[in-house]
Design a protein around this ligand. Structure first.
Ligand code: KIV
Ligand code: ZN
Length: 515
């Protein structure tokens, strides 16, 4: 019997670009590099690293990602404008494999109201942009923005012209999340059938989740011939988000009886990557979220538990370990040595650039193990985040903190901060220990920031769990997220606050990209 080989479904991750367009989800260059490395480890085919024309910070982040990533293609976004394409081309110059993704809107409403251009002008500009992008890379992608509300005949004309001009991928975005699955699948099939040179390009889709249909629309498109899906970790993205990578990949993998294609992804990296993105962006994952939610594989009802114990398949269609939930999650303890520590970190995909970084993390691990009996993978992730944060926290550092909190009394915090090479002390009362601590920090730093979000998450179960805190601050239109982890949540909170302050006090790295 001859087995027919499955076609490849290309996974294009846009967490660092469209994902970052979620208000409040901005990431620093170092954070983008960490996420890009996690995506590479997962064997994502294309990583859209940013929109280089948006700001110097954006340009530098794309450039840095392009320089470190070797096994995935690194893509830069550009409007169909000469200056955007030049900037994108420059940003991916160091990439082992680089792609330019250029776009212009094709729907009547966008052309008339936003661009104030005629369809003929849009067509001409699209072709010109693709030709210019080809000067920087053979790997050019074109998107007719708001394709989901564009006229079919015009869309066919534009796609034929850009493929002739050298686009190797044509991406069909449902920019405003307006389509429904059958309609969107039919659109993809019609385009592939009607565009005369459709066999010269990969058809891709990019769906937004305004009606909660981004994943369904993307899968319907795959059933109708799309061979690239654009998606984000945890479904992060503009407004209601983009299609969730983990759901697309696991639907296709689990239903190989239905799909004619499969991805090359290492699905065991999904949960670690989801956690990393949630912790960096401060966008937590809801417990009942498919694949990566804490309850995704938890069976509560007695009937389900009984069934699963008798035969796992009675209620489980996927194995938790296959998406990276480890079966035996207790990994290390107080007596574990440096080697066991390094080995376990490698197993969960964490590597250090230098021995010093490893030593620093190991010291923190020993401190944590003194406070907490069992150390889980989640603790290791947080520890490494904390080690990275320590490296970033250059201007301000917490030296010590004392908090008094008593029933019926006003809480009071006294702390010492290291500020630009000098120790500073302060005390402040507050409405609870966290409020008092933040006020004490502010009495030294006077940052003029506005607190937009304060959230605490227990990393593992048990009262000795580390608390992971996210603090989102805003100042002059700039938004940053700070993180901190500790078994003491007041300390975790002040670490997160100081991390956010360090970021916001840096000279502005980036503006929020405007498309
Ligand atoms: O949603 C959209 O249309 C986009 C394009 C830039 C592809 O993000
Ligand atoms: Zn988008």
């Amino acid at each position: 019997m001859i087995m027919s080989k499955k076609q490849k479904l290309i996974i294009f991750d846009t967490t660092l670009r469209d994902g970052e367009q979620s208000p409040g989800a901005s990431m620093t260059r170092e954070e983008k590099i960490r996420i890009a490395k996690a995506l590479e480890r997962m064997r994502v085919d294309v990583i859209e690293a940013g929109f280089p024309i948006a700001s110097v910070g954006d340009f530098e982040a794309v450039e840095a990602v392009a320089n470190v990533i070797k096994d995935s293609t690194v893509c830069a976004l550009a409007r169909a404008l000469e200056k955007d394409i030049d900037r994108a081309g420059e940003a991916i110059r160091g990439a082992t494999s680089g792609r330019i993704h250029t776009f212009i809107a094709t729907s009547p409403i966008h052309m008339k109201m936003k661009l104030r251009m005629t369809p003929e002008q849009v067509l001409e500009q699209a072709v010109k942009a693709v030709k210019q992008a080809r000067k920087y890379s053979d790997n050019v992608e074109f998107s007719p923005e708001d394709a989901g509300r564009s006229e079919l005949d015009f869309l066919c004309k534009v796609l034929e012209a850009v493929i002739n001009a050298g686009a190797r991928t044509v991406n069909i975005p449902d920019t405003v999340g307006y389509n429904v699955p059958e309609q969107f699948g039919t659109l993809i099939r019609n385009l592939i059938e009607r565009v005369p040179n459709s066999d010269k390009a990969v058809f891709s889709v990019h769906c937004h989740n305004d009606l909660g249909l981004a994943v369904s629309n993307s899968l319907s498109a795959v059933m109708n011939g799309a061979r690239q899906v654009e998606c984000t970790i945890n479904g992060l993205g503009e407004r209601a988000g983009n299609a969730a990578l983990e759901e697309i990949v696991m639907a296709v993998r689990t239903r190989q009886d239905i799909f004619a294609c499969d991805t090359d992804l290492d699905t065991t990296q999904i949960v670690p990557c989801s956690r990393l993105v949630a912790s960096i962006t401060g966008f937590p994952v809801q417990p009942n979220k498919a694949i990566v939610g804490a309850n995704a594989f938890a069976h509560e009802s007695g009937i389900h538990q009984d069934g699963v114990l008798k035969s796992r398949e009675t209620y489980e269609i996927m194995q938790a370990q296959d998406v990276g939930w480890s079966a035996n999650r207790m990994v290390l303890g107080k007596h574990s040595g440096r080697n066991a520590f390094r080995t376990r970190l490698n197993e969960i995909g964490i590597a250090f650039n230098t021995e010093d970084e490893l030593n620093d993390a190991f010291t923190r691990f020993k401190e944590l193990a003194d406070k907490k009996h069992d150390i889980y993978d989640e603790d290791l992730q947080a520890l490494v985040t904390d080690t990275n944060l320590a490296a970033e926290n250059e201007r301000f550092k917490l030296v010590s903190l004392k908090v008094c909190s008593e029933t019926g009394e006003t809480a009071k915090a006294s702390l010492t901060l290291w500020l630009d090479g000098e120790e500073k002390k302060s005390s402040a009362p507050g409405d609870g220990p966290v409020d008092a601590t933040f006020k004490a920090v502010e009495s030294i730093i006077n940052s003029g920031t506005e607190l937009q979000l304060y959230s605490v998450n227990a990393i593992t179960s048990g009262t000795d769990s580390q608390g992971e805190v996210t603090v989102r601050l805003q100042k002059g239109g700039r938004i940053v997220n700070g993180q901190g982890a500790d078994t003491d949540i007041v300390i975790a909170s002040v670490k997160a606050y100081i991390n956010a302050l360090n970021k916001i006090m840096e000279p502005a790295q980036r503006a929020h990209p405007q498309l």
